[in-house]
Ligand binder design. Structure first.
Ligand SMILES: C[S@@+](CC[C@H](N)C(=O)[O-])C[C@H]1O[C@@H](n2cnc3c(N)ncnc32)[C@H](O)[C@@H]1O
Length: 242
């Protein structure tokens, strides 16, 4: 149903019901691993790509955290991209693109961070690999990939039953393959390094890095700018007699 306006308009409510109200909280779990690589850098010089951005919920949270960071949301559904555009209309520095994650229309090594939420379980095995390879290709050396999706087999014993029930209750033809997928091996094949997995209720956040040096373009802090100013100039702003 990804291609219809009807589906795009119902999606957010359906997902919140499915996740017992935790979907947005799960999406926000991607912010700390991104903060680790963005902290201290000039956000205007960075780039973030969210693939399978859906209605743009994660991009909204990312914008709240880094309002001046240029972001691109990509989704193959025109209807979902339209809905995202509506949700995100108040933010600047935001582009939305209808495209396939299997052939991302961006140059190699162009993104500081790539994110993807609740998409991999939708993809057939071969497509999972192609998309993952594309993420590795567009990341800059030192860039970070953060993926959030369902827990997998063996992650949380109490939820094993849920993992079996989900594809029976919903139309999820690739879910059984997803919960057995070895993302660490996939990352190795694409030249990415797996950093960690973090569980988030019925989901997990997987963090991968592309080896290489991160650009350290820092925006001068007020303190360092002030200390770099000539003393003569600093005196001028002091009140007379100080
Ligand atoms: C379950 S939704 C997740 C949406 C959003 N990331 C979220 O947080 O709710 C999956 C999204 O992935 C998109 N999608 C599926 N396959 C894709 C592909 N090959 N390339 C780009 N987008 C894709 C769908 O159109 C849909 O919007």
């Amino acid at each position: 149903g990804w291609m219809t306006d009807d589906s795009a308009q119902r999606y957010d409510t359906q997902v919140e019901v499915l996740f017992n109200g935790s979907a947005n909280a799960i999406r926000r779990q991607l912010l700390p691993p991104l903060h680790e690589i963005f902290a201290g850098r000039d956000q205007r010089t960075l780039s973030l790509l969210d693939v399978g951005c859906g209605t743009g919920r994660f991009l909204h949270f990312a914008k709240q955290a880094w309002p001046r960071l240029p972001m691109l949301g990509l989704d193959m559904s025109e209807a979902y991209t339209r809905e995202a555009k509506r949700h995100l209309r108040h933010w600047g520095w935001m582009k939305l693109l209808v495209a396939n994650g299997e052939a991302i229309p961006l140059p190699d090594a162009s993104q500081d961070a790539v994110t993807s939420i609740f998409m991999f379980h939708e993809l057939p095995p071969k497509v999972r690999r192609t998309v993952f390879r594309e993420f590795a290709r567009v990341l800059k050396p030192g860039g970070r990939l953060v993926v959030a999706d369902s827990l997998q087999r063996g992650d949380t014993p109490e939820y094993e039953g849920l993992l079996d029930l989900f594809p029976q209750n919903f139309h999820e033809p690739y879910y059984a393959g997803y919960i057995a997928e070895d993302f660490r091996a996939m990352a190795r094949t694409c030249g990415l390094v797996h950093r960690r997995d973090e569980k988030a209720f019925v989901a997990k956040v997987m963090v991968f890095d592309k080896p290489g040096l991160r650009s350290s373009a820092r925006r001068p802090s007020r303190a360092s700018a002030a200390s770099a100013r000539p003393v003569r100039q600093a005196r001028r702003v002091l009140p007379a007699g100080a």
